[in-house]
Write a protein that binds this ligand. Structure first.
Ligand code: 5AD
Ligand code: SF4
Length: 447
């Protein structure tokens, strides 16, 4: 008789890239006969795919790992595995920190999971945190988990070469490498055939995507055009762009295709040139402003979202005020806002003092958040009365009688309709809004 199929459960923290990686892990294990379980109570293996970006992210995950302890006592043989960025950053120190952890696997070692699980299954601690120069998991067909069957994320490159002073990612995800464009096109085509209509191409810095084969070089603008050309019924997004290499050429390509979404995520981090230099961002305040000007010129109506860090090393009140004034000038539609958190081993941790007192970091962050709330509301109010083509994603979370979808500008719209299904486009007039959501009424629907 065949032994019963082993069940695994996977819980993911951090960025979209990590969620994408969890889908790769699911695929590697499904190929080896393991079954994905939607809940950890039934699982023989529990994975936590982790994030190291800020100290509080790690702390939350440490607490979560402790919650699995009673389960391990109840169920001898249960394997607890730590994947992702914390696994890579802490390596076998994690075994010392938490003796209940059986398995530690870094972001480039997921193909080795079946072997590592066997090792862990025989009672040994198992670890692989080797980073690779060329692993892109290009041939692996991710198992899309628990999604809406309309939106999907595809990783087109891995690692990062930017070395922003505050960031742990070059240490946890290694050198930058791009994935063969043919495998990207094949994956997008397959998703389209399955009914997906909104695809986000993911990379730490998509603008430096580069695939070289014989004499031909494929860069990001070409890749984007190839993907957009697959079907006009498919919406394409991408994240994240680094301001230093968001070219006019790319903006013109976005302008040329109706189905490349008019929404750009362009992290600024700070509005002060002095801070940007210390952060090793390789652009200054004026450079960033010129990119926003180019977006406004070439892509009118395009939304711009950003990331902001408050209280980076030596930040003075005047630096903070420059961030505030730049936010007002740029009128960001949305922002992810954080307090600086020193990460061991980063250039900033090695060279700069984390010297902004906690209460000042918090106060500045509060001011940034309060301003962004106003900017987001203004941005949404400006849409009231306009008609947008909305891609329907499903029923609204709050009310089963309402639908939710997204505009090309990446804004969520809630509205009522008699007959719809996920994956179709419909025109919606915006009638009201909050800072977070647009509310609309259906004007017509395309079949
Ligand atoms: N502290 C606070 N925020 C950080 N980010 C990256 N590293 C840190 C850190 N050490 C933020 C940046 C980045 C986003 C993904 O997380 O704003 O763009
Ligand atoms: Fe993603 Fe960065 Fe967190 Fe790693 S550390 S999971 S790359 S956000």
């Amino acid at each position: 008789m065949k032994p019963p199929q082993k069940k695994f459960y996977i819980e993911t923290y951090g960025c979209q890239m990590n969620f994408s990686d969890s889908e790769i892990v699911s695929s590697v294990l499904a190929d080896q006969g393991f079954a994905l379980s939607p809940n950890y109570q039934e699982a023989d293996i529990i994975f936590v795919n982790t994030c190291s970006i800020r100290e509080n992210a790690e702390q939350r995950i440490r607490n979560r790992l402790q919650q699995f302890r009673p389960l391990k006592k109840k169920k001898p043989g249960l394997i607890l595995g730590v994947l992702g960025c914390m696994a890579e950053r802490l390596k076998d120190k994690l075994f010392e920190e938490d003796s209940y952890v059986d398995l530690i696997v870094g972001p480039d070692a997921y193909r080795d999971l079946p072997r590592l699980l066997e090792e862990a299954g025989s009672g040994q601690k198992a670890i692989n945190v080797i980073l690779s120069a060329d692993e892109t998991y290009a041939d692996i067909n991710p198992v899309r988990a628990g999604d809406n069957q309309v939106t999907a994320f595809i990783s087109i490159m891995r690692g990062c070469e930017n070395h922003c002073a505050y960031c742990v990612v070059p240490a946890t995800r290694g050198h930058e490498r791009s994935r063969d464009p043919r495998t990207i096109l094949a994956e997008v085509g397959k998703l389209f055939d399955e009914g997906y209509r909104d695809i986000t191409l993911l990379g730490q810095n998509v603008n430096s995507y580069r695939w070289v084969e014989n004499e031909t070089i494929t860069k990001f603008p070409e890749l984007l055009e190839m993907v957009a050309g697959l079907s006009s019924d498919l919406r394409i997004r991408f994240a994240t762009s680094h301001p230093k290499d968001l070219s006019d050429e790319l903006l013109h390509i976005i302008a040329g295709y109706e189905n490349i979404c008019k929404s750009i995520h362009l992290p600024i981090q700070s509005g002060s040139s002095r801070m940007l230099k210390l952060m090793n961002r390789r652009y200054d305040r004026e450079g960033y402003m010129s990119r926003i000007d180019a977006i406004r010129r070439i892509l009118p109506g395009c939304t711009v979202t950003t990331d902001i860090i408050s209280g980076f090393c030596s930040e003075k009140e005047e630096d903070h005020l420059e961030t505030i004034s730049l936010m007002k000038w740029a009128k960001f539609d949305y922002a992810f806002m954080f307090k600086y958190s020193e990460r061991p081993g980063t250039p900033a941790a090695k060279r700069l003092a984390d010297d902004v007192p906690e209460e000042i970091k918090s106060r500045r962050l509060d001011e940034i958040i309060r301003l962004q709330q106003k900017l987001s509301l203004k941005s949404n109010l400006a849409d009231v009365g306009k008609i947008f083509s909305v891609l329907v994603e499903g029923k609204s979370k709050r009310s089963a009688s309402e639908w939710m979808g997204r505009t090309s500008q990446n804004k969520v719209v809630v509205f009522q309709s008699e007959s719809l299904r996920p994956g179709v486009y419909t025109d919606v007039r915006i009638i009201s809004c909050t800072a977070a959501t647009l509310r609309g009424e259906e004007v017509s629907s395309r079949p």
